[in-house]
Design a protein around this ligand. Structure first.
Ligand code: GLA
Length: 401
């Protein structure tokens, strides 16, 4: 009897240890960071401009323009095809490309993008169908991850349509594991719109997570017919409080850029771009790069604003002062510097002031001030700085101690 009890106890202990070991292994697997996106990803995504109206010609032309316009040199790296590239699954369940829009296949397109010195991204969905009604990855996660790796995919945006009763944390972990098992380093972009508060759990699952519904090409008008669509200022107010959750390898994603798509004034687009840079947001251009005008170019290619976004400290800046429409934003930079945004949400010009206290600087702190849109030095820091800010506009500064 006693011997049997000992055996049973030993068996239980063994089982418990095994369960513990399996559990720990699982945790280790889930927590292994992929080491990617140490600064917010930069690139281009097809959705905001082209929606489902995409083809391999459009993607190739965009890759060409990324190089010829200087976007690549400015740091834009990933060329991402969003929804609607898919054809049906084949008899073995492998996903294929739409044979009409992508007759050469995705591997050939990926090779082309790589030949330009850029990286290649693709889109899928954690549900049965994508938001555009194409095949989703549910039940095919490992198969799809393997296909993407074979195609040379470097970035996966993974959406949340048609997910039924799925649990987001679990569903995204399955694809994260599948991507890791594929053996190819792939940036994992969660597009769950913030519903299940991914900032609380996605840090060890993916490299970036959407915090809101879709962006709408407007400064402050929210489209009543499309409740999922959010103006820039609405997104800003949703994404701003999440600043403690961002850092190297894991970023809040307030959605892709609308700069150049025609719904905002140049001042508003400068604000949009500056706020994204202050929030260490991914900078995914969403316009037709092959046809962009000088104004759009001057915004997307503002290397001084991009440097704020890409600062290696990886801190997300946030609002430190608000007085009606007048806002002061600060982003700590590596080396003790600060990026400062004086933001006027109103329709008339106003004077906005930033002070030592806003920056966490002691009085007497010495620093040089640089105006990042005027591209001019603006003298020495004297404990405060005031500027007149145009309607819906910004003055963006960098303080270098
Ligand atoms: C969702 C996403 C968008 C885009 C579309 C594609 O709405 O949030 O960014 O990917 O799906 O259908």
């Amino acid at each position: 009897m006693r011997g049997k009890a000992i055996l049973m106890a030993a068996a239980c202990l063994f089982a418990a240890q095994n369960a513990w070991a399996a559990d720990t292994t699982q945790q280790v697997v889930n927590k292994a960071p992929n080491g990617l996106a140490q600064t917010p990803p930069m690139g281009w995504n097809s959705w905001n401009k082209f929606a489902c109206n995409i083809s391999e010609q459009t993607v190739r032309a965009t890759a060409d323009s990324m190089v010829t316009t200087g976007m690549k040199d400015a740091g834009y790296e990933y060329v991402v095809i969003d929804d609607c590239w898919h054809g049906p699954r084949d008899d073995n369940g492998f996903i294929t490309a739409d044979p009409v829009k992508f007759p050469s296949g995705i591997k050939a397109l990926s090779d082309y993008v790589h030949s330009k010195g850029l990286k290649f991204g693709i889109y899928s969905d954690a549900g049965r169908q994508t938001c555009g009604g194409r095949p989703g990855s549910q039940g095919h996660e490992y198969q799809d991850a393997l296909t993407y790796a074979r195609w040379g995919v470097d970035y996966l945006k993974y959406d949340w349509c048609d997910t039924g009763t799925r649990n987001a944390e679990e569903a995204y972990a399955v694809m994260a594991d599948a991507l890791r098992a594929s053996g190819r380093p792939i940036v994992f972009s969660l597009c769950e719109w913030g519903t299940a508060r991914p900032w609380l759990w996605a840090r060890n699952t993916g490299n970036l997570w959407r915090t809101t519904g879709d962006i709408w090409d407007s400064f402050d008008k929210n489209d009543k017919e499309h409740s999922w669509a959010n103006s820039v200022t609405k997104i800003v107010d949703l994404n701003e409080p999440l600043w403690p959750f961002a850092g190297p390898g894991h970023w809040n994603d307030p959605d892709m850029l609308e700069v150049g798509n025609g719904g905002m004034t140049p001042a508003e687009y400068r604000s949009h771009f500056s706020l994204w840079a202050m929030m260490a947001a991914p900078l995914m251009a969403g316009n037709d790069i092959a046809k962009m005008d000088e104004s759009t170019r001057s915004i997307l290619l503002n290397k001084e604003a991009i440097a704020v976004d890409q600062d290696r400290l990886g801190a997300q800046g946030h609002r430190v002062a608000k007085d009606g429409d007048k806002e002061v934003w600060v982003k700590p930079l590596s080396g003790g510097g600060r990026a400062v945004l004086l933001f006027n949400r109103g329709a008339t010009p106003v004077s906005i002031t930033v002070e030592n206290d806003d920056l966490g600087y002691a009085s007497g702190m010495r620093a040089k001030v640089r105006d990042l849109w005027a591209h001019k030095d603006a003298g020495n820091w004297k404990g405060s700085y005031s500027a007149t800010v145009e309607p819906h506009g910004v003055v963006m500064l960098r303080l270098n101690p």
